[in-house]
Design a protein. Structure first.
Length: 115
């Protein structure tokens, strides 16, 4: 059973930074694509960023130039460095693992950005 555990969320003022972490169980992390999604109150979950098994990255337009996704295969961990945070970044952030046609989700971590 794959488990994903996010951490690093919290309350920050606009303009501040946070770094989210997601630790994955299992032995397939290095061959998995990893992504971050978020869901704001009353809105649908949306994709934020993705990193392939080879390290290629892609970002939603709303976070480009502010957020950076990275991975450490030795630690089975994916990160999301969030800079220049805005109140509209407030959401629950979810980690996602995609491998072998299967998708796994973490439980989410709350990020709140105050104005």
């Amino acid at each position: 059973q794959v488990q994903l555990v996010e951490s690093g969320g919290g309350l920050v003022q606009a303009g501040g930074s946070l770094r989210l972490s997601c630790v994955a169980s299992g032995s397939t992390f290095s061959i998995s694509a990893m992504a971050w999604h978020r869901q704001a109150p009353g809105k649908q979950r949306e994709w934020v960023a993705v990193i392939s098994s080879g390290g290629s990255t892609n970002y939603a337009d709303s976070v480009k130039e502010r957020f950076t996704i990275s991975r450490d295969n030795a630690k089975n961990t994916v990160y999301l460095q969030m800079n220049s945070l805005k109140p509209e970044d407030t959401a629950v952030y979810y980690c996602k693992k995609v491998v072998g046609g299967k998708v796994y989700w973490g439980q989410g971590t709350q990020v709140t950005v105050s104005s």
